[in-house]
Design a protein around this ligand. Structure first.
Ligand code: G3P
Ligand code: CA
Length: 240
């Protein structure tokens, strides 16, 4: 099973920072989930929100910052003063960190509210440049974006993010042509997991922070759990 550290080890460290990713690996995660946005000058950076306000000392949209401007922001102090030196990382920095390690990176393309033209091409370009095509999965709530990724490169694994209970999600996954479904964990039960698995579709579910839910989801056979606490999940996986 894949233990995806959601935005890195974000339960204990500032989300989507190199520190949070390093700690996730230290905590035994064999997967990292992270969010991709694009700067004004076309550099792909890792941040959940379209705006920098919540997780940095800046204000405004990521799309209105150049990469060098965004790099000047403090991406750690909002979480705790001791992390004031943390910066907003680029996709490239994360690829450098995980290259050669047994880790799957789940890149979530964040292009629902803001449409970043060409973000899929740019992301694939970087993934290929670092030879990571077998170690990534690209997901999005924007299913058009996921289709675009698959069209650009059929070997790249893709996943559909969704919140609600879908009727026959396995049929939808087949129709869209993806490898995985990434449902909110509340929409899962034994029967639906069985239905999906029968069609050979992977299930990576988010965001599961409670140990009892982790245990339950493991018992019904999901392939991956996305969590802010990879250390908790790692412990369960070791004792399984
Ligand atoms: O990839 C799963 C999860 O991260 C999706 O929701 O809002 O945390 O990006 P969000
Ligand atoms: Ca995400």
């Amino acid at each position: 099973m894949i233990n995806f550290a959601h935005r890195g080890a974000s339960g204990r460290y500032p989300e989507n920072t190199i520190l949070a990713f390093e700690k996730a690996l230290e905590f035994g995660a064999n997967g990292i989930e992270t969010d991709v946005q694009m700067t004004k000058d076309g550099i792909l950076v890792l941040m959940h929100d379209e705006m920098v306000n919540r997780t940095t000392d800046g204000i405004g949209f990521v799309k209105d910052y150049t990469f060098s401007e965004i790099k000047k922001l403090d991406a750690g102090s909002w979480f705790s003063k001791e992390y004031l030196n943390e910066k907003v990382p680029s996709v490239e920095e994360l690829l450098l960190l995980v290259k050669g390690k047994k880790v799957v990176v789940n890149f979530e393309i964040k292009n629902t509210i803001i449409e970043y033209e060409g973000i899929e091409e740019k992301l694939l370009d970087l993934i290929y440049r670092y030879g990571m095509q077998k170690n990534v999965i690209i997901s999005s709530f924007n299913h058009y974006s996921v289709v675009r990724v698959k069209k650009l490169s059929s070997e790249i694994k893709t996943g559909l993010l969704y919140m609600e209970n879908l009727y026959c999600p396995e049929k939808y996954a087949k129709y869209v042509g993806v490898d995985a479904l990434h449902p909110y964990f509340y929409s899962l039960g034994k029967d639906v997991v069985g239905q999906i698995k029968k069609e050979d579709i992977m299930i990576n579910t988010f965001t599961v922070n409670d140990t009892n839910y982790m245990k339950y989801l493991m018992s019904i056979g999901v392939d991956g759990i996305i969590t802010n606490y990879p250390e908790k999940l790692n412990k369960l996986m070791i004792n399984q």
